[in-house]
Design a binder for this molecule. Structure first.
Ligand SMILES: Cc1ncc(COP(=O)(O)O)c(C=O)c1O
Length: 236
């Protein structure tokens, strides 16, 4: 049986854009509908009591897959919401800088640009020369944009337009040593490449399950910013 038959896609269309919204395989879609039926069968009981245990199970399964504690995972509807959630919660203002690459996804780029105008910080879109040859060259190109005012580094794990995988592990390591918060947009990562949250060690990481993990639409997660630690030199 060809893979095509596992999907609900129009058989007359050669579907090449899995990246935008993903496509849900039949067996996954059927289980998704079973859940919707269970919810509609007993809406109050489902949403006020059962849902929390069921979400915990889902977070534990996903946590094992991405090497992260279930307690550090929260579900959101998409990566853009998660980036908005963190960007809008940071106390950034005049004199602060947020450093990104010139390869970031439009909606997330717009969020940082909008907030920079509203709150008075500077949003820097650092040029990454392409084709990128080594991880070190990418880090060096990005680091040319770091200044003593850089508070946040925002990067995609896999970039939208070019599908280039950025060396987020190296970036986060170096940023942490410099006291810079890291926000990683891994919208295309989970299900496409092996993902190890502990190894990446970003302060904030989000990924869409509805793209390459083939989950139903509106399935994404983020790993939240750790609670403020007064004994550290963190600024957030
Ligand atoms: C790098 C990147 N980030 C974020 C998104 C946005 O995903 P969503 O619309 O599910 O939030 C995309 C969409 O393709 C993307 O390529």
């Amino acid at each position: 049986m060809s893979l095509r038959n596992h999907f609900l896609l129009d058989p007359n269309v050669v579907f090449l854009n899995h990246g935008s919204f993903g496509a849900c395989p039949r067996p996954v879609f059927e289980v998704y509908q079973q859940w919707q039926r269970q919810l509609e069968h007993q809406p109050v009981q489902f949403l006020m009591t059962r849902v929390f245990d069921e979400l915990r199970v889902a977070r534990e399964v996903l946590g094992r897959y991405v090497n992260c504690s279930a307690d550090d995972l929260a579900f959101v509807t998409n990566a853009t919401s998660a980036v908005n959630l963190v960007a809008r919660s940071l106390p950034l203002g005049a004199g602060d800088e947020v450093l990104a690459t010139d390869l970031e996804y439009g909606a997330c780029d717009h969020t940082w640009q909008f907030l920079s105008q509203k709150q008075g910080f500077t949003y820097v879109r650092q040029h990454i020369p392409l084709p990128a040859t080594t991880a070190e060259a990418i880090v060096a190109a990005l680091w040319a944009g770091v200044t003593p005012r850089t508070k946040v580094i925002f990067v995609s794990h896999i970039t939208s337009a070019t599908a280039l995988t950025l060396p987020v592990e190296l970036i986060c390591q170096r940023a942490q040593a410099a006291g810079i918060l890291t926000v990683v947009d891994g919208a295309h990562a989970v299900g496409q490449i092996p993902l190890d949250m502990a190894a990446i060690n970003a302060d904030f990481y989000t990924s869409n399950c509805h793209k390459w993990l083939c989950a139903p639409k509106g399935s994404a997660f983020y790993t939240p910013i750790p609670a403020p630690n007064t004994s550290s030199n963190h600024w957030w």
